[in-house]
Structure formats: C-alpha cells, structure tokens
Design a binder for this molecule. Structure first.
Ligand code: MN
Length: 286
C-alpha cells in the first residue's frame, strides 16, 4: 500500500452569490482550473436557480442531489425527477439539449462534469437516473464508515452507473475517529470535498466546503474523521488529451468548439432536434 499524498487543499470559492443561490466551485474556477478528467465540481445551494433549455457536447454532466428535488427533460425524450440522495448521470456525447427545474423550496446539488476522451466525444447521448435506494450503499460498522457509491467501486461494492471515463464517486458518512482507506488506481487524479464535519487528510484539519487534492502517485487515499463527517470522494483516470472548455461544450480544440456552436445553431451532427425541441418545464401552460 502506498498512500496518495494530499498535495493541495483550499476552501471552495463562492462563484455566484445572491439571495437565491450560492455556488461553491471546487474544480473549474481560478484556484483549480481542471483536474483531468474532472472539468467542473460545483456545490450549488439555491432557492431560485432554474436552468432552461441549453445544449451540451463532449462530456458527462452529473448531478447528485443533497437536498430537495430536481426535474429533468432532454431532447432525446428523457424525463425524470431526482430526489434527495439520487443521481442523474447524463452523457451529452455528440449533442443534448436539456432543462432542469427545481421542485423544492431549497435545493442543494453537486454538479460534476467528467470529460470524455476525444474518440467518445461524438458518441450517442445517454441519460441514467438512480434513486437513493437504487444506488449501492454499504456499511463497515467496525470502521465507522458508511458509503453510498455513485460510480465505481468502494468497500467491494460497485455502482450501477455506466461511466465511459473510468470514475469513482462516493458519498461517505463517518463517525468520529473513523478512517477511510480507499483504493484508487495509481495515476488517477482524486479529490475530497467536505460537506460536514472535520477531516484530516494528512495536512491538518479541513472543514465544510474545503477541498483536498491528492497525488497521482500512490494507490490508497486515506482520511481520518476528527468529528462526525460527510465527504464526497471523486477520482478519475486522466485522459491526457487537450481540453478546451467554452460555455456548455468541452472539446479537444478551439475549432471543435466553434463547430459545436455551428452544429447547435444549424441543428446538425447530433443537434438535429435542437431547433424544434422545447422542454415542457419552461413552456407556457397555454
Ligand atoms: Mn446542463
């Protein structure tokens, strides 16, 4: 066993603040632009945020609902509702237009964008949705660890999620003094985001909204809970490819970004339904 070292830690910065919403950005901001293959990690706490029809291409958009309920519709015909503890894993591939609407007074959701390798960027879109109970949960009472597995494998149990980019995503509840010793393949990037409590990743105590980033070297991520804690662990196999993100598209070059805008506006190469499709979530009722 070789421990992955905590190489950076910081308080996730609020990128949008208002009466309605606070967005804590762990990845995708100035502090940590990218953690290949993770392009974005946002913790959004909102009472008003609405997300009318908009396009995506080239990556997986993941939503994990911590509180409240989110309604989803996309141009492939998928409709869904994700409640507390539920997960929406949407592969945008060559093109998706979707809409999300809050269906509760207060919603907290973690949004993760996982990049797709260039050979998969133009794949068929896919929407996967799991309720809290459909996701595997496992307890190690002796160690004081309970985990809900959103993608990949933890404590020997695998999530039902298909992730085209190899990814581990898990939600850990820890009792005071509990230890996590999570295997992660050498070479993968990984981070821990603290939702509640106080965690030691080897470099001192970290509280809520803090991010700890770990070395690619090593095969085991270790954490110690100082108090009762809840943390999200996210790890992925780096693509080691050029990554150009602009607006709702994540591609391999600037030319591909321009192509995505053109395809979206002209309704082609994956956006055939973009010009005529309208979500019912935001359409007038008349
Ligand atoms: Mn979206």
């Amino acid at each position: 066993m070789q421990r992955k070292l905590c190489i950076d830690s910081f308080h996730a910065r609020v990128t949008q603040e208002g009466d309605e919403a606070k967005v804590y950005r762990a990845v995708g901001g100035q502090r940590l632009r990218n953690l290949d293959p993770i392009v974005l990690f946002d913790d959004t706490d909102t009472t008003e945020g609405q997300y009318p029809d908009h396009p995506h291409r080239g990556f997986d958009s993941v939503g994990y609902v911590l509180q409240g309920r989110i309604l989803h519709e996309d141009c492939t015909g998928e409709k869904g509702a994700v409640d507390e503890g539920g997960l929406a894993w949407m592969t945008s591939g060559k093109g998706v237009v979707h809409a999300e609407r809050l269906d509760a007074k207060h919603v907290e959701v973690v949004t993760v964008w996982v990049n797709l390798k260039s050979s998969l960027k133009m794949c068929e879109p896919q929407y996967q949705e799991f309720t809290a109970t459909a996701l595997s949960s496992v307890q190690d009472m002796g160690a004081g660890v309970q985990v809900r597995i959103l993608a990949g494998t933890a404590l020997g149990v695998s999530a039902p999620t298909i992730s085209r980019t190899p990814t581990l995503f898990a939600d850990f509840h820890l009792t005071p003094g509990a230890e996590i010793s999570q295997p992660i393949p050498p070479g993968w990037n990984s981070l821990v985001y603290i939702l509640e409590g106080s965690i030691n990743a080897g470099t001192g105590q970290l509280g809520p909204k803090h991010v700890a980033v770990f070395s690619k070297d090593g095969d085991t991520l270790q954490l110690h809970a100082e108090t009762a804690s809840r943390v999200l662990l996210l790890a992925g196999q780096p693509l080691n490819e050029p990554c150009v993100q602009y607006g709702p598209f994540v591609m391999s070059s600037r030319a591909q970004i321009l192509q995505a805008y053109e395809d979206f506006h002209l309704g082609r190469n994956g956006f055939e339904r973009a010009q005529t499709w309208r979500s019912s979530l935001f359409s007038p009722l008349c």
